[in-house]
Design a protein around this ligand. Structure first.
Ligand SMILES: [Zn+2]
Length: 460
């Protein structure tokens, strides 16, 4: 069996961002090209200098979250011949996300806080013109030609639904008798909108697997249904004491999941028909979800979120003077409450008021403002940004387990069942990767497990 090479192009072993180089059968494929959520300017880019003297054959974009997409226009500009493959929903979402990134970078530069934008609207448009959407479950060549089931080629690729957000996919490569699967971000369990992933598990040689939640045990007896009930009850309690609820959310994925959950809980009469507020980018991305409500593999097929839940859109200009009225849900980005985002600006009105609630529903970096608030002590002052006022934390803060990433046991069960010859751990902190290794090595004694240092090729 011939060998292939895998290079981790991220800057550290951490959750951070995603970008990897796969070299097989003389072909070079880049897997995702994200921007680091905590870094600014060129520091946020992956190690693209490792690709500067390299002709690329294809780029795969697994989904449109910033930590997989954010640096793609820079890569595509430096490699003017290569095309990028993704699903059709990811193509549409990525287009909106990239142009939003340009707006954010330009605003930061104008305010004197940010560096020169890494790319312009023109660069983003030039990048998305070279996007080639592919259907899931079908084999293609690296030129984007459809292949028959057994049709031979040097390297074939096949996208598979990954259950993480709309359009998210894993990718299966076949080359020289080896089947290599990159999971991207994956969720094996159903969410409110997304259906859980069913990834290929036969004759897989290598799995490149995300480890986001490897250091996070699932609470004993956890079920999503129970968690939804607990969430609805917590909101009703806030409303009953005359407060409002702030739910910091990612604009892409978590906003739409939350809108769908609100719809579902209203239908079951577990939540009242209260006003819901979302940000401008969330509205734009929800429009794309609604446009594709019948086309993609999801639950609540046909549900039009904007029409059914009828959220109000808040702009960046309105957020500073927005009066918080009782009995409302503010589902505002960003999920990590990054400075100057809607959730970060509005939070100072929530913190000192014991009637209100701030409910977290997904991942937050422990050092981000959201991460710091989650571990803050009730009754003590907290400051969530350099320009933000310090407030005493008196409102209720709680966290709910609605992650879009698989819990670690589901991923471990998939890997154990698949029993590949190699597992390459990516997109996880060192202790998360270690949990997978310690858990799986005794169950898969024949499998070689790899943690890959940045920029050092792994030959398998
Ligand atoms: Zn993601």
């Amino acid at each position: 069996m011939s060998s292939f090479r895998f290079t981790n192009l991220t800057r550290q072993i951490e959750i951070g961002a995603n970008c990897y180089l796969l070299e097989i059968a003389g072909r070079r494929i880049v897997l995702d090209c994200g921007a680091h959520p905590k870094a600014e300017g060129r520091e946020s880019l992956p190690l693209l200098e490792h690709l500067s003297n390299t002709e690329l054959d294809a780029v795969i974009l697994t989904h449109a979250h910033q930590d997989h997409l954010g640096s793609l226009p820079v890569l595509m500009k430096a490699h003017p011949k290569v095309n990028a493959f993704m699903t059709e929903p990811t193509r549409q979402l990525a287009d909106a996300m990239l142009h939003n990134s340009v707006n954010v970078m330009m605003k930061r530069q104008e305010s004197g806080e940010g560096q020169t934008p890494l790319f312009t609207h023109k660069d983003a448009t030039a990048c998305t013109r070279r996007f080639q959407p592919l259907p899931t479950g079908k084999r293609f060549s690296l030129n984007g030609d459809r292949l028959g089931h057994d049709e031979a080629t040097d390297v074939s690729l096949q996208l598979e639904d990954a259950g993480h957000i709309l359009g998210s996919s894993a990718v299966l490569f076949e080359a020289e008798g080896r089947r290599i699967l990159y999971t991207g971000d994956v969720n094996f369990l159903d969410q409110t909108l997304m259906q859980g992933a069913r990834l290929p598990d036969k004759n897989i040689d290598t799995v490149i697997v995300e480890c986001t939640r490897g250091a996070t045990p699932q609470p004993e007896g956890f079920t999503r249904e129970q968690e939804e009930l607990r969430f609805a009850e917590a909101i009703r309690e806030v409303f009953a004491r005359g407060g409002s609820v702030l739910v910091p959310v990612f604009a892409l994925g978590k906003s739409q999941e939350l809108l769908a959950m609100i719809h579902k809980l209203r239908q079951k009469q577990l939540l009242p028909h209260c006003p819901v507020y979302i940000g401008g980018l969330s509205t734009k991305l929800t429009e794309i979800h609604d446009r594709l409500a019948n086309a993609s593999s999801r639950q609540h097929v046909g549900l039009d979120l904007l029409e059914t839940v009828a959220p109000f859109t808040i702009s960046g200009r309105e957020i500073n003077n927005l009066p918080i009225r009782p009995g409302r849900i503010y589902a505002l980005s960003s999920g990590m409450m990054t400075e100057n985002t809607l959730s970060n600006v509005i939070v100072s009105q929530f913190l000192p008021n014991p009637a209100h609630g701030i409910f977290f529903v997904g991942y937050a970096d422990p050092e981000s403002p959201a991460g710091r608030l989650r571990s803050a002590t009730h009754g003590e002052p907290i400051q969530l940004g350099a320009s933000a006022p310090s407030e005493v934390l008196r409102c209720k803060v709680d966290t709910f387990g609605f992650s879009a990433h698989s819990d670690r046991d589901s991923i471990a069960a998939y890997l154990e069942h698949t029993a590949p010859r190699h597992i390459i751990f990516v997109h996880g902190e060192p202790q998360a990767q270690e949990w997978f290794r310690e858990t799986l090595q005794p169950r898969l004694p024949e499998t070689q497990m790899h943690t890959v240092a940045p920029g050092v090729p792994l030959e398998l």
